[in-house]
Design a protein around this ligand. Structure first.
Ligand code: GLN
Length: 548
């Protein structure tokens, strides 16, 4: 494919943040992909951090990790879940990264003594990054979501770079502007003024949007469409209504109904009569919206107030629920609320427990109590990353009798460092950083739960984001007592999966299965966990039935 034929679509946001640019971008990409085009989506974030890896989840929600070990914005998770194609480091760029490479070039003397300025040097670097994936020749469409809201000081260089791209690429470049039509209850009207103002702001920066996607809680009638079209210089059919949806996965269908893909194709000079194949997506939606039963599971974590912190886990449950024809109701339980006194009441009626990933000390003891509850009551359990590490600590303390067992992340002075930094880990860590990030192979032992879960695969690849590891010096003790390693790194022997032989479904994984769950490919560990939760019957209920 000739890279000069790559079409560039930019998605900007106006009026307010949190309008769902990520979901609109992913939905448009889905519709184009369903017409047979190769599409990728990238996100440009206007903050100075090099990547969101160092950001507190309270600040920015979950940090999503790609196969190549990039710590990225959570919107990349949506892109992968919708498109079922992996993203990479190149799909998430921040202002920090742009400035870093410009400054590096300046230090190397690449600018030949010129004064280095926002225009053209920063904007050139932005334009280069805009086109990096397009120039790889792998994509017919590159959709770029510009983070932030039009009018922010930070966004200006990006909007300027979009202006230049439009000028240079003409018909191969298009801008979709996402905006809000607030509804005034007192007058019972949708108001268009904020939209007019945000388009004016774009125009002041030299960018004429081609398509307006208008978030609204009410249908947009013909009059409003005409009015927006007239004030904002767009065709009435390019004013797209985006109503609140029951699920984010309904949005591609809503956008198809509004002909968003057709309008975009027309404007880019491409045929609009190609067939859209959304059959499997529609089948997924039927299963999602018409579950046969419900199952309640708990997610134990320390960022429960902000559900975006566990976005990929929540979405993995949606995928795995649909795969099992059930609705998974997730009870979010704060790890700091769990203790020996509260545990039974907190987990009443819960059919499965997931212990979330995390860093640091806060909430660890609560997680350990929750795991003991799952282990002793045969409740299906999935421990993810720190969740697996806590399962190891719990087992060491309460089964092996190593009373002060801990991870050296929390207690460096423990006499039983069952989770520790491993020399061998340091050797396989990408780029010499201290974190194990991105995809690593994992060998699966035959005849184990993991073997069953993965459908008898000998080797799988999963994504990691952690520093500490299971301490193999203790492996014999654990295996003798029943907690066995069922997945290991092929060369380093690092333990990637542990499972309890004497329990119906008790698994800890050092990696993050949630990063790889998509609509088309729900992760087998979440499917298996939900299946086990459906089969679980609490002992007191079994006893009651027997008595009757
Ligand atoms: N804090 C743990 C570690 O660094 C676990 C990290 C995680 O759960 N992602 O090893």
């Amino acid at each position: 494919m000739n890279s000069s034929t790559t079409k560039y679509i930019f998605v900007t946001g106006g009026v307010t943040s949190s309008l769902g640019k990520g979901i609109i971008s992913a939905s448009l990409a889905k519709l184009l992909q369903a017409r047979g085009y190769s599409v990728t989506i990238q996100k440009f974030d206007p903050y100075i951090n090099i990547d969101p890896g160092t950001l507190n989840p309270y600040e920015h929600g979950e940090c999503y990790v790609t196969d190549d070990g990039a710590e990225t914005d959570l919107d990349l998770g949506h892109y992968e879940r919708f498109l079922n194609t992996p993203t990479s480091q190149a799909n998430n760029v921040t202002t920090g990264r742009i400035y870093q490479s410009v400054i590096d070039k300046e230090r190397k003397g690449d600018y030949l003594g010129k004064t280095v300025q926002v225009i053209p040097h920063i904007t050139d670097e932005i334009k280069n990054r805009f086109q990096l994936l397009g120039k790889s020749g792998r994509y017919q469409f590159v959709i770029t979501e510009i983070g932030g809201t039009v009018g922010d000081i930070e966004s200006l260089p990006y909007i300027e770079a979009v202006r230049q791209m439009k000028w240079e690429h003409g018909k191969d470049c298009l801008v979709v502007h996402l905006t809000l039509l607030p509804y005034l209850h007192t007058t019972g009207e949708l108001k268009t003024k904020p939209t007019q103002h945000s388009v004016k702001m774009l125009l002041e920066n030299g960018v004429q949007p081609d398509v307006l996607v208008c978030r609204s809680i009410q249908s947009i009638d013909e009059d409003i469409r005409q009015k927006i079209a007239r004030f904002c210089n767009v065709a009435p059919d390019a004013v797209i209504e985006a109503l609140d949806a029951k699920s984010i996965y309904d949005v591609p269908m809503l956008m198809a109904k509004e002909n968003l893909d057709k309008v975009v194709l027309e404007k880019l000079g491409l045929p609009t009569d190609t067939v859209t194949d959304l059959k499997s997506w529609e089948e997924f939606l039927v299963r999602l919206h018409h579950p046969h039963q419900k199952v309640r599971v708990a997610l134990v974590g320390k960022y429960i107030e902000l559900k975006d912190s566990y976005k990929s886990i929540a979405e993995s449950f949606v995928h795995a629920g649909a795969a099992n024809d059930v609705q998974v109701e997730v009870e979010w339980i704060h790890s700091e609320d769990v203790n020996d006194e509260s545990v039974s009441a907190l987990f009443e009626g819960i059919r499965g427990i997931v212990v979330a990933p995390g860093f640091g000390k806060r909430g660890i003891e609560g997680k350990i109590v929750a795991i003991r509850h799952a282990r002793e009551n045969n409740i299906p359990f999935l421990g993810i990353c720190l969740g697996m590490q806590c399962a190891v600590i719990e087992f060491a303390r309460n089964v092996l009798g190593f009373k002060d067992a801990h991870s050296t992340e929390v207690n460096p002075a423990t006499s039983h460092p069952v989770i520790d930094l491993q020399e061998v880990q340091k050797k396989i860590t990408h780029l010499g950083g201290t974190m194990r990030l991105g995809a690593y192979p994992c060998l699966i032992k035959e005849g184990t739960k993991a073997w069953e879960v993965y459908g008898h695969k000998k080797e799988v690849s999963e994504r990691h984001r952690h520093r500490y590891e299971f301490n193999n010096e203790y492996l014999k003790d654990f295996e003798k007592a029943g907690l066995k390693a069922s997945g290991t790194h092929p060369e380093a022997g690092l333990v990637e999966i542990m499972e309890l032989k004497t329990h119906p479904w008790f698994v800890g994984v050092q990696f993050h299965p949630e990063y790889k769950s998509t609509v088309a490919n729900p992760h087998p560990f979440f499917i298996g966990f939900v299946k086990a939760a459906l089969q679980y019957q609490p002992q007191h209920e079994v006893a009651r039935v027997q008595k009757v």
